[in-house]
Structures are given as C-alpha cells and as structure tokens.
Design a protein. Structure first.
Length: 322
C-alpha cells in the first residue's frame, strides 16, 4: 500500500508561510514513509515556488499548475487536490491550521473519504491530540480510515531544518482546467498587526474573564505601570468588541514573546497560547484552578481579576514609593 504522507505547502505573496515548514516537521515526526510536498500555484509562479521549497527541504516536491490557482480559493484547492489524489492512497494529507488550511481541509477530507482531525498539537501511538472546549480538555483521536486529513496547529512544531541532502525530485504537473465559481481578486494587508505589541517588553492581556468592557480599564492601569508595555487580548475579547482586532494574540493574531506576559481571565486555548507561549515569564490570573493557561504559566494566581489586579497595582505603586 502507498503510505505516502503529503504536505500542502501554503504560500502567500511568493513566500511559503512559516506554518508550512512547521507542518513538514510534523509530517517527518509521523515517520510513515515517503513525504511529498504539494505546491498549488498558477503558471507564472509554480516553478519558482516549487524549486524554492525543493531546494530548502530536499524533499520530493510536486508543483500543481493551473491558472485557476492564481491566489487562494478553497474551491480551487479542493478540486485540484481531489483530482490529484484520485488514483492515490495517501496515508495523510497534512495542512497548516491557518485560516486557509482550516478553510479547505474538512471539505477535502469529505472528497477523499478520509477522516479529518484539525488543530493537531501532539502525535503518538497512532493517535493525534488536540484540545477542546477552549483548551479545557485534551482529546486523543485515533483515525479509523486509511487516509487522514490533518491540520497542524501553528507554533507547535519547530520549522523543519533545511535539507542538506537532496533526497527527492522536483516535478511540475499540469492540472486539468477546472471551472471554478470563486476567484481571488487580491489580498488586502491585514490591519491586525500591532507593532507596539511585538516590540513590547511587557504585555498585559485581557480574556473574556474581564467580564465587561469597562473592566479593560483595570488592565490598562496595570499596563501603564511598565515602560515598553502594550495591551493584548484573546480573540473572544475582540469578537465581543471590547478591544479591536489589532490587540488579538494567537494563531490568527499577533505573535509575541515579551519578557513578561500577564494573562488576565484567559482560559489558555491552544489558538491563543500559540501566540504567546514563547514569553519569558508568564503570570496568569484566573478564577478556575483547572484553567489550561496554568499549564503554560510560570506563576498562577487563582483569584477574581477585578479584585486582584487593583490590589497588585496598589502594592506596586506603594513599593516603588518606598
Ligand atoms: C481557527 C481558530 C482560530 C483562533 N484564533 C485565535 C487567536 O488567534 N487568538 C485567540 O485568543 N483565540 C483564537 N481562537 C479562539 C480560541 O479557541 C478561544 O475561544 C479563545 O482564545 C478564548 O478566549 P478567552 O480565553 O478570552 O475566553 P474563555 O475561553 O471564555 O475563557 C475565559 C476565562 O476567564 C476566566 N474567568 C472568568 N471570570 C474571571 C474573573 N473574574 N477573574 C479571572 N478569571 C476569570 C474563566 O475561568 C476562563 O478560564 C481561535 C479559534 C479558532 C477556531
């Protein structure tokens, strides 16, 4: 049986995303056999992109060329990959769990009659681990089908190291012209990036546990005690409209690694943790002793933040006056 592991190499503006290289590391850890990288792109860019990836990894790389693949579209990706896999029996198709990967992976698994496991963050004993319910539970999922479509949580594996030995081959293949009803006309730069956050030494971050928008002020007061500090948040807080999306930290937001990260009322969902786990010192304040943020925190305070943070501010000011 063909036990090939395929990696869909996602790219943007002529460059592969870091998550692609992390997903290749994940595929290598699966240790199932041959790894083949798939690059979907239009005629203009497919050769350059595929060659770039091939030279960087030394792994078998197939460029899938189709003019309807100019710019990302879930429909075009699913059609191309479904037809590519028609006469193959992949062991796994690994895809970065970015907004694109999470967008097309489930439908691809239906087309391939494969099982779909998303946001995988650990692997072992034939099972894949992911979190559920905002990081409260870790579940081990064992595929029951021959083929699996897996999306890999960003920030969990180190990007693969550059291949010194070229083991594979580079191939460019035409994909049959597909009629697609959706096309990407361009990509606008995200306004979610926040230079203040990435340059900060201290990040005070707000989670849904702040309770209401007015309580953000308490965290701003804490933040203002430190020079080179910035206010961050979880996606839940941005979705609630308490802070705008430039503050969001995580997989689909900013990635930060400050000297001090104070997580206030944050459950510690994997999607958030992926954006802050490299902080040098992490302090978490949460009323729930079982909150998974305490698994990554160096210090944990089990307390109502609306009670604890004002006391902390008061104690800090008093100490600095003495
Ligand atoms: C594809 C995808 C991408 C995502 N990307 C991101 C991302 O980039 N960033 C991100 O953050 N999320 C992201 N999410 C959402 C993520 O899964 C979580 O839903 C989110 O991080 C939860 O935010 P939270 O911790 O603020 O809220 P909750 O999970 O609701 O946690 C609130 C916490 O506050 C605590 N609490 C309650 N009251 C108090 C109090 N008075 N004092 C102290 N603690 C209190 C509770 O015990 C709880 O642990 C993504 C989800 C998906 C599906």
């Amino acid at each position: 049986m063909n036990r090939t592991v395929y990696v869909a190499a996602l790219h943007e503006k002529g460059h592969f995303m870091q998550e692609t290289f992390e997903t290749i590391s994940f595929a290598q850890e699966l240790d199932k056999g041959k790894i083949v990288l798939l690059v979907l792109a239009d005629e203009e860019s497919v050769t350059t992109l595929s060659r770039q990836l091939f030279l960087e990894t030394g792994l078998d790389t197939i460029g899938l060329k189709g003019n309807f693949l100019k710019g990302y579209s879930a429909e075009a990706y699913i059609k191309t990959l479904s037809s590519f896999f028609r006469d193959k029996e992949p062991a796994c198709v690994c895809i970065p769990h970015t907004s694109q990967g999470a967008d097309f992976a489930p439908q691809l698994s239906v087309a391939l009659q494969a099982c779909c496991i998303t946001a995988v963050e650990a692997v072992g004993n034939g099972a894949f681990t992911r979190t559920m319910f905002g990081g409260k539970f870790k579940v081990e999922i064992r595929p029951t089908k021959q083929a699996s479509v897996l999306t890999v949580l960003p920030g969990t594996w180190n990007p693969c190291s550059h291949g010194n030995i070229v083991q594979g081959e580079l191939t460019i293949t035409d994909v049959p012209d597909e009629s697609v009803s959706t096309r990407t006309h361009g990509i606008r730069e995200s306004s979610h990036k926040n230079a203040a956050l990435s340059d900060s030494e201290v990040v005070v971050s707000a989670g849904r546990g702040v309770g209401k928008q007015e309580n953000i002020r308490i965290l701003r007061d804490l933040c203002s005690l430190f020079p080179k500090s910035a206010l961050g948040s979880t996606r839940a807080v941005c979705d609630l409209g308490w802070l705008d999306y430039t503050h969001q930290i995580g997989v689909t937001g900013n990635k930060v690694s400050p000297r001090l990260y104070i997580a206030c009322g944050i459950s510690g969902a994997a999607q958030h943790v992926a954006g802050m786990k490299d902080s040098r010192l992490i302090i978490a304040v949460n009323t729930d002793i079982d909150a998974s943020i305490f698994r990554v925190a160096h210090y944990g305070v089990v307390e109502d933040l609306a009670r604890f943070i004002p006391l902390l501010i008061e104690a800090y000011i008093k100490r600095n006056r003495e």
